[in-house]
Ligand binder design. Structure first.
Ligand code: CP
Length: 306
């Protein structure tokens, strides 16, 4: 039985196979419409979500399976003090696979150690968000045609943004990847990412504060929201929240074939006037999230579709 805690749980070959399966699902959805008949997905979300929870549910429904679960800790027995270990033992009696989001880093990993079914980390605190990374990789591969030889700008809250941490881990395995880390001083990537991931693997990167100074060199601009829920005080959040606003004037400085990605939800960091720019890829990214989660469910349940 396999779980997914980090994008690194999949080798590059397995990842390639999974993305190819997701692309086939996109092209031939009917072929997969009954693949998970009789199977159930549990979504155990201890933290708010729109995309991740609903795209998991849409993915299982598209595969002919069924879904159950809870959307907040308050509506589960976690509010009475039940541990994730006990909860997953219970969920294992009800479902075939579980997607779990939790505010505590490592909680889905703890759950996986007591689980009788595959557990997927659907975001744990500021740590990892592997299925967002799968979504991002499928988006990049589909829209840019490759996962190598790209200059990627990661902009915004690089300290608390778990999608950024997972994406860096995944992309360093491809040749010719360069990162431009665009953030205010207080929201720089954690030092373990800079030292143990980027420097240790000789990955070229630079850290800059002004988006205008970097945007012209990028193949991909990955915008992120300032993670309000991870700040210790409101004052710091208010000071940081509008540090970056991508607008038409800044898009004029970018290459014609640059794409703009964002894991969403967006707050103010991308002006709505950018939405109609053909380079805005963030709503396409949402759709790719369903295909890749379908592919992941099939892979972890070891369902083959001929
Ligand atoms: N991208 C993402 O994780 O969105 P949700 O928080 O809405 O699931």
């Amino acid at each position: 039985m396999r779980h997914l805690m980090s994008p690194l749980d999949l080798s590059v070959e397995e990842l390639d196979k999974l993305l190819t399966l997701a692309t086939d699902i996109e092209k031939n959805p009917q072929k997969y419409a009954h693949a998970c008949e009789g199977k159930k997905l549990a979504t155990c979300f201890y933290e708010p979500s729109t995309r991740t929870r609903l795209s998991f549910e849409a993915a299982m429904l598209n595969l002919g399976g069924r879904v159950l679960g809870f959307a907040s800790a308050d509506s589960s027995s976690a509010s009475k003090g039940e541990s994730v270990s006990d909860t997953i033992r219970v969920i294992s009696c009800y479902a075939d696979i579980c997607a779990m989001r939790h505010p505590k880093e490592g909680a889905p990993l703890v759950a996986s150690q007591k689980s009788g079914i595959p557990v997927i980390n659907a975001g744990d605190g500021g740590h990892q968000h592997p299925t967002q990374t799968l979504t991002d990789l499928l988006t990049i591969r589909s829209l840019k045609g490759r996962l190598d030889n790209l200059t990627i700008g990661l902009c915004g809250d690089l300290k608390f943004g778990r999608t950024v941490h997972s994406l860096i881990h995944a992309l360093i395995r491809y040749p010719g990847i360069k990162f431009v880390l665009i953030s205010p001083e207080e929201l720089r990537v954690p030092s373990y990412i800079r030292e143990d991931v980027l420097k240790k693997n000789n990955i070229p990167f630079q850290e800059v504060e002004r988006l205008e100074d970097a945007i012209g060199d990028l193949d991909i601009l990955y915008m992120t929201r300032v993670q309000k829920e991870r700040f210790f005080n409101e004052e710091d959040y208010i000071r940081m929240k509008d540090f970056y606003i991508l607008n038409k004037a800044k898009m004029d400085l970018a290459k014609d074939d640059m794409i703009v990605m964002h894991p969403l939800p967006r707050v103010n960091e991308i002006s709505v006037e950018v939405d109609d720019d053909p380079r805005a890829a963030y709503f396409k990214q949402v759709q790719y999230g369903v295909y890749v989660r379908m592919a992941l469910i099939l892979t972890l349940l070891e369902v083959e579709v001929c």
